[in-house]
Design a protein around this ligand. Structure first.
Ligand SMILES: Cc1cc(Cn2cc(-c3c(Cl)cnc4nc(-c5cn(C)nc5C)[nH]c34)cn2)no1
Length: 272
């Protein structure tokens, strides 16, 4: 049963390793199968040396601590973990349909209908509500970190950046600013309302096919974010435009709370 598995101590010899699923800064994720149960998982292999060199042990420890205790249909499960002298292994739920990013790119117009976008937003909002009730902020909501289960259902993955609220950023930001709210790009203390901003950015990207503050370089993106400078193509409905305008708000306290997200006409209409 699940509980006995969770208590069991695992080792690499319990698994047949398959193809690589993804590569990250500190290691790779492989398709794997537990030998006895034949259960298919995603095995995330992180190198201790690289983690120590980048001084992100606390981040990896937090990713494990946080994700191991979460149980929600739209949050990727962490079943267990183990380590050897060189590596840390996270036994994760396998999401057979890959990333939302790949699904978005595979659309003819590189964007989803508003119906499909609102269903993803509804799922994400319910996962965020579950996280925020436990004072966990994800901080890295973007299509690359959202995976799809066998029914195409959304799963938040990669808790490498999640923290307990309130928090001020200790690790330098690397990678795209696109999803970060003004308070984070300005290095100010931030709360779980950062995830509300990212929900608005994600909503824009699903409907339009690119993030709202996309620019040629870091500084351009930075300026657009703090000025909330984005434009909506004319095919975007007024209901969707209104919904996004309630999340892409400078003052974190004035962003639409998650309970209101489900009640907003645009989300409610498509999540009957
Ligand atoms: C290191 C490192 C890399 C990553 C990003 N990443 C996550 C996965 C992944 C996980 Cl954790 C779980 N299920 C997955 N399913 C896929 C997948 C399925 N298809 C058909 N295509 C892909 C891709 N990837 C999964 C892989 N890389 N995080 O830390």
């Amino acid at each position: 049963t699940a509980t006995s598995n969770e208590k069991k101590s695992w080792s690499l010899s319990n698994f047949d390793i398959g193809k690589p699923l993804g590569r990250g800064k500190f290691g790779n994720v492989y398709l794997a199968r537990e030998k006895e149960s034949k259960y298919v998982v995603a095995l995330k292999v992180l190198f201790k040396k690289q983690i120590q060199e980048s001084r992100v042990e606390h981040q990896v420890r937090r990713e494990i601590e946080i994700q191991a205790h979460l149980r929600h249909p739209h949050i990727l499960r962490l079943y267990g973990y183990f380590h050897d002298d060189a590596r840390i292994y996270l036994i994760l739920e396998y999401a057979p349909k890959g990333t939302l990013f790949k699904e978005l790119q595979s659309q003819p117009l590189k964007r989803f209908t508003e119906q499909k976008s609102a269903v993803y937003i509804g799922s994400l909002a319910s996962a965020l509500k579950y996280l925020h009730e436990r004072d966990v902020i994800h901080r890295d909501i973007k299509p690359e970190n959202l995976l799809l289960g066998h029914k195409g259902d959304l799963k938040i993955a990669d808790f490498g950046w999640s923290v307990h609220e309130p928090n001020s950023l200790r690790t330098t930001l690397c990678g795209t600013l696109d999803y970060l709210p003004p308070e984070m790009v300005q290095g100010k203390p931030h709360t779980k309302n950062v995830d509300l901003w990212s929900l608005g950015v994600l909503c824009y990207e699903l409907i339009v096919g690119r993030p709202p503050f996309l620019a040629t370089d870091y500084d351009e993106t930075y300026k657009k974010i703090i000025k909330i400078d984005y434009k909506l193509p004319d095919y975007v409905s007024r209901a969707a435009a209104h919904f996004m305008s309630k999340l892409l708000v400078l003052n974190p306290q004035q962003r639409l709370p998650l309970d209101q997200v489900f009640l907003h006409p645009w989300v409610a209409a498509h999540n009957k």
